[in-house]
Ligand binder design. Structure first.
Ligand code: GMT
Length: 376
């Protein structure tokens, strides 16, 4: 198939999922065309059937806000026509689904029919999308997509709750490429640099936005480190970093906490940690938790959104109510208390990650693509 993928090229989960999906499709022989404004962060391989088309927005002085959606639409029309795409798959509804809808109609005028799939990722529904300034467009674009997928059952239900959706939504969960993980297990030196005295290494990875409740990460860690020798590694960056640093100082915990900034190959870093903390306010799936489990790292998370579909209570980790840092710290300590328990949870986490192996998930997308292409 000739597949067009539209996504945000940044470190966010939706862009990571879109890019990894494209890479996996290409490795199965499909031609994959990424259409976005920047080379996707995870597009780190080159192969003859992966293509990148840049959406270039000019900065004409008349515009206070550049009309990205229109430029993307024009690019979609161009790429579909000249690369003879069979299907478009857009990740994150805003503004990709409405751009795809518009492109589809422009192309139909020229006698070219192309179906498009919208994959909902989370904040496009639970935070941004339901805002009145977007809602009517999102409702329309979801209803007009040829197929809609959501990354969890929870996100599917949220979509029905917040929008007037009159169509089926398929749940296709996020995935992990386990084959690639196995080779990155050798990290002794890295672990030594994080924890020179064999402290337990706790880790958090995110975009440090309010929804991640990153101050809770620090609070949980502060309780844990008072019970056992421990270090906290914070990966990523974002608007809440400043407040976190202030909290670290207030708690006199700076020596035990390291901020690494944005990191591309998180697998290597994860493999050097013992426990992953994800105390989010909401999380449609929690790809970071899955990536941790794939690296054999158990997860302490909240029980919100799609997290219970990913992290299994008492098996791959524990889940607590949002904001209950005491409970999350207690659970963390119960995993870290002795080596046998920790090893059991590490193995369980890896077993849980296997449920989301790309080998199981990729065929779901391929089947959906084929059914739409055949209908077309
Ligand atoms: O978590 C974020 O802020 C980034 C966001 C995104 O759109 O990239 O992540 C969302 O999509 C991920 C991939 O499907 C999910 O794993 C995250 O749970 C989801 N984030 C939220 O729902 C807050």
């Amino acid at each position: 198939m000739n597949i067009g993928i539209v996504c945000y090229p940044t470190f966010g989960g939706s862009g990571v999922v879109a890019t990894e999906l494209g890479k996996a499709l290409a490795s199965k022989g499909h031609n994959v065309h990424f259409i976005t404004y920047q080379q996707p962060v995870r597009l780190d391989i080159f192969s003859e059937n992966i293509f990148y088309h840049e959406v270039k927005v000019s900065d004409y002085p008349l515009f206070d806000y550049q009309p990205y959606e229109l430029v993307l639409t024009s690019k979609l029309v161009d790429v579909v026509k000249f690369e003879k795409l069979d299907i478009l798959h857009v990740h994150y509804a805003i503004p990709h689904a409405s751009a795809a809808y518009m492109a589809q109609h422009i192309l139909a005028n020229e006698g070219i029919n192309i179906p498009f799939i919208t994959t909902l990722h989370g904040t496009d529904i639970t935070l941004v999308g339901k805002d009145a300034s977007f809602e009517p467009v999102i409702t329309f674009a979801i209803n007009e997509s040829n197929a809609v997928t959501a990354v969890s059952e929870s996100l599917k239900q949220d979509t029905y709750e917040h929008f007037d959706i009159k169509r089926d939504i398929h749940v296709i969960p996020n995935f992990i490429c386990l084959e690639e993980q196995v080779f990155k297990g050798c990290v002794d030196n890295l672990k030594k640099s994080f924890a020179p005295n064999d402290e337990k290494v706790l880790m958090h990875i995110s975009n440090f936005r309010e929804v991640k409740r990153v101050q809770d990460v620090i609070k949980i860690f502060d309780i844990v480190r008072k019970q056992i020798p421990a270090k906290l590694i914070m990966v990523g960056d974002g608007p809440e970093r400043h407040k976190m640093e202030e909290l670290c100082r207030e708690l006199h915990a700076c020596d035990a906490i390291k901020f690494l900034g944005k990191v591309k190959d998180t697998e290597r870093i994860l493999a050097a940690s013992d426990l992953f903390l994800l105390p989010s306010q909401t999380e449609s799936f929690g790809l970071a938790a899955l990536e941790a489990m794939a690296a054999k790292v158990p997860v302490i998370s909240t029980n919100t959104g799609g997290l219970p579909e990913v992290n299994k209570q008492g098996f791959s980790g524990f889940l607590s109510n949002v904001g209950d840092v005491e409970d999350m710290a207690k659970n963390a300590l119960s995993i870290l208390k002795d080596e046998n328990t920790l090893t059991t949870f590490k193995n369980n986490a890896f077993a849980q990650a296997q449920l989301f192996d790309i080998k199981k998930v990729l065929p779901m997308y391929e089947e959906l693509y084929l059914s739409l292409i055949n209908e077309n």
